[in-house]
Design a binder for this molecule. Structure first.
Ligand SMILES: Nc1ncnc2c1ncn2[C@@H]1O[C@H](COP(=O)(O)OP(=O)(O)OP(=O)(O)O)[C@@H](O)[C@H]1O
Ligand SMILES: [Mg+2]
Length: 389
């Protein structure tokens, strides 16, 4: 029987990989911030940014569990465009209350008070296309909430613990909500009971948070990218070694090539190769057998759908951008490369943003939304060029 349930790799989004490779610097920075906060020193909030599937959530989760080991009480939430951050926080407080079974009753009571103080549910009008949200007494509700958080924080400190707010997908948080929360964190920085804030978000997060700028300019932004060759090898080989299985060197080489160090691809390919192998070795033959299928599936879900929707003009823009290489490029450099004026192609650029192919990481810059888009374009250039005519 194939060892299906024995597969150590974790291709699901948000899942902790068996080997969190290449992120030691980020893990230590977060660990240092936690340690400092624990001893009463205020640490700068840290925000991990990166493209989709780069491992932000994994890093945030790892940092959070390391903090829990040294006494953090964690409120973990995920911001979204559909629900308010306070609603997400309410859930995180409810969750924390049940999770920390061993915490003293007094902290539990403070949890309850915080839950009660949160703004009551927001009302979505049913069947309404515009999505109007009614939030009665918003400002006052926020005030009560901050007070409740303060009480919770004081209680947590009295028991020799500290409070950590972790927010994933922070680029989707409503600026008003973030302002309240961030203000609370900053106010505690001047006291003996500082609260630590760790976050994760897409690379446009700093721009999104610009509106909260009085409080966010001294945040520490840490952008994470593709893994280096050695870390890619560690990420693939070590989980297998832990199960007594080794990858042939040629198999690893091929995987380094195929995945280009992109964490999400690493898990997909390694998982595929694992399912294919028999015995104690993963061979080049195993990798060769699964690679075309995995590549096809990934290209379909990551790029094909997006590129199919582009007009010839939009395709020309994307092709030109890919010529300039990976990373972000100025709007002017792309226009110059295409031999046109920036203004003449601004609507094309707008369409590409709308179609989720590119995004604006900061004013005047654009970047491909999905990692390795330039490589996808290089692989399919003839066909894309034909369609761009
Ligand atoms: N350092 C790493 N080494 C190996 N695999 C990793 C690493 N970090 C994350 N992964 C794996 O990569 C995949 C994507 O990770 P994760 O969901 O954390 O990314 P993300 O940046 O949060 O993506 P999204 O923007 O879609 O939320 C997961 O399968 C995860 O297990
Ligand atoms: Mg994530």
């Amino acid at each position: 029987m194939p060892a299906t349930f024995d597969n150590p790799y974790r291709p699901a989004p948000g899942s902790l990989p068996p080997e969190l490779a290449g992120r030691d610097a980020e893990i230590s920075a977060a660990h240092y911030a936690s340690g400092l906060t624990r001893t009463g020193g205020a640490a700068q909030p840290i925000l991990f940014t990166g493209l989709r599937g780069m491992g932000k959530t994994a890093l945030l989760r790892r940092s959070v569990s390391a903090a829990e080991e040294i006494g953090a009480v964690v409120l973990y939430s995920e911001a979204s465009k559909e629900t308010s951050l306070t609603a997400a926080l309410k859930r995180s407080i409810e969750h924390a209350k049940t999770q920390y079974a061993a915490i003293p009753t007094k902290i539990k009571k403070a949890f309850d008070a915080a839950i009660r103080a949160l703004p009551t549910a927001t009302y979505e009008l049913p069947g309404d296309a515009g999505g109007i949200t009614l939030e009665p007494r918003r400002a006052e509700a926020h005030e009560g909430f901050v007070e409740a958080l303060e009480t919770l924080n004081a209680e947590v400190r009295r028991h020799d613990r500290f409070l950590l707010l972790a927010i994933d997908e922070i680029q989707d948080g409503a600026v008003n909500d973030l302002r309240v929360l961030v203000r609370f964190v900053h106010l505690t920085a001047g006291t003996a009971a500082p609260v630590l804030l760790l976050g994760a978000g897409l690379p446009n997060t700093p721009a999104h948070l610009h509106a909260v700028r009085t409080y966010t300019e001294r945040w520490r932004y840490s952008r994470i990218g593709l893994l280096e060759r050695n870390d890619t090898i560690r990420a693939i080989a070590n989980p297998a070694i832990a199960r007594g299985v080794t990858f042939e060197t040629a198999a690893l080489e091929r995987l380094v090539d195929e995945t280009a160090g992109y964490p999400f691809f690493i898990q997909e390919y390694a998982s595929g190769a694992w399912s294919e192998h028999r015995g104690k070795r993963v061979t080049l033959g195993d990798v060769d057998a699964i690679a075309p299928g995995v590549r096809k599936l990934l290209e379909l879900s990551f790029y094909d759908e997006r590129f199919r929707r582009l007009t010839p003009r939009e395709l020309r823009y994307a092709l030109g951008m890919a010529d300039l290489g990976a990373g972000s490029h100025t709007v002017g450099a792309i226009a110059a490369h295409l031999g046109v004026n920036s203004e003449d192609i601004s609507s094309t650029r707008g369409q590409l943003v709308k179609k989720d192919v590119i995004f604006v990481p900061a004013a005047g810059l654009v970047e491909f939304r999905m990692p390795l888009t330039d490589r996808y374009i290089a692989r399919h250039r003839p066909e894309l060029q034909r369609r761009a005519k």
